[in-house]
Design a protein around this ligand. Structure first.
Ligand code: NAP
Length: 305
């Protein structure tokens, strides 16, 4: 692995991933795919300083905008060995608002753009090795921090379509439920891709509940207060949160470790959100359901024109 493209690389886990990878031997180029040029330039300058390496290149890409994704792939002048689909989060304050492609913001930034990005890279022979998708234990539920196990009623294309366009959610102010459903779909889509492309590696991995990122910024006020001021002090004592370097090390372990198998979603053991990586289908068997995987793949592709 010499060349890597990371989405959402200007802060949080994406930027830390760029830093940790740059410090490894043999890494020649890291593409920082970001939507904001100013933030990307600041991140590039900081990374160059902290690693002493001049191997970073900015690619402007808003993953919630399909045209932007197409332009960025077109502009990429060489294949990459690994793709880290890290951009995303809670979708901003208008997380259920539709984009011009008919999906919610939270779907667009976590999933739709990454689906097109992967398709375009493969079509143009610009991805040769591993595709890593940033999953979340929320996709199998994390009751200890108040996230129930998501329920799929039929796992049909129609159900997944209603998750993408937001019609399966009522008027809600907390993005957590659509976030978990979209991350669940992401893991299913990746497993479907793994079966379609047995010569490549498609691995979903959750960084675990990770502090030191901007993700809480989009939470409703009370939750945000809890997470920023209380959560990351107390939760680590119970294995329910860890720091940025630990969260990001999971990405790097998956990228560099052959033991992490294509099509599998790796995350924390059942009762924690940190620690060793385990196959999440042992906790929620929906991840192994091939019909669900293919239906999620069909539903999300229904929004790409
Ligand atoms: N932190 C956790 O506990 C945790 C747990 C499980 C999974 N994850 C996942 O890990 C990933 C990284 O999260 P984080 O905690 O590092 O959050 P973060 O600090 O908020 O970073 C998110 C990154 O994604 C970028 N991004 C968001 N929407 C984008 C778009 N439409 N186009 C391009 N870039 C976009 C952001 O760019 P801007 O700066 O321009 O907004 C930022 O660089 C996310 O997919 C998240 O769901 C995080």
């Amino acid at each position: 692995m010499k060349k890597i493209l990371i989405t959402g690389a200007n802060t949080g886990l994406g930027k830390e991933c760029a830093r940790q990878l740059a410090l490894r031997d043999g890494i020649e180029k890291i593409y920082l795919a970001c939507r904001n040029n100013e933030k990307a330039e600041a991140s590039k300058a900081e990374l160059e300083k902290s690693t002493g390496k001049a191997i970073f290149e900015i690619i402007l890409m808003d993953v919630s905008n399909l045209e932007s994704v197409r332009r960025a792939v077109q502009a990429l002048s060489e294949p990459v060995d690994a793709l880290v689909m890290n951009a995303g989060g809670l979708g901003g304050t208008e997380f259920l608002q539709h984009t011009q492609d008919g999906v919610t913001q939270i779907t667009a930034s976590n999933l739709l753009g990454h689906v097109l990005l992967t398709d375009e890279l493969l079509d143009q022979s610009k991805l040769t090795g591993t595709a890593l998708y940033a999953g979340s234990e929320g996709a199998r539920g994390a009751p200890k921090i108040g996230i129930p196990k998501p329920t799929l009623s039929s796992g049909s294309v129609e159900e997944f379509t209603s998750i993408c366009d937001g019609s399966s959610f009522g008027p809600i102010s907390d993005p957590m439920s659509p976030y978990c459903m979209v991350k669940l779909m992401g893991a299913l889509w990746m497993a479907s891709m793994a079966r379609k492309h047995p010569d490549m590696r498609f691995v979903t991995v959750s960084p675990g509940h990770t502090g030191g990122t901007q993700v809480a910024e989009d939470m409703p006020a009370i939750k945000k207060f809890f997470f920023k001021n209380v959560g990351f002090t107390i939760l680590p004592l119970f294995g329910l949160a860890h720091g940025l370097q630990d969260g990001c090390r999971r990405y790097v372990d998956v990228l560099t470790g052959d033991q992490y198998k294509s099509g599998v979603f790796y995350g924390s053991e059942a009762k924690v959100l940190t620690g060793p990586l385990v196959d999440q289908s042992a906790i929620f068997d929906a991840f192994n359901n091939e019909a669900f995987q293919d239906n999620a793949d069909t539903a999300i592709h229904g929004f790409i024109h």
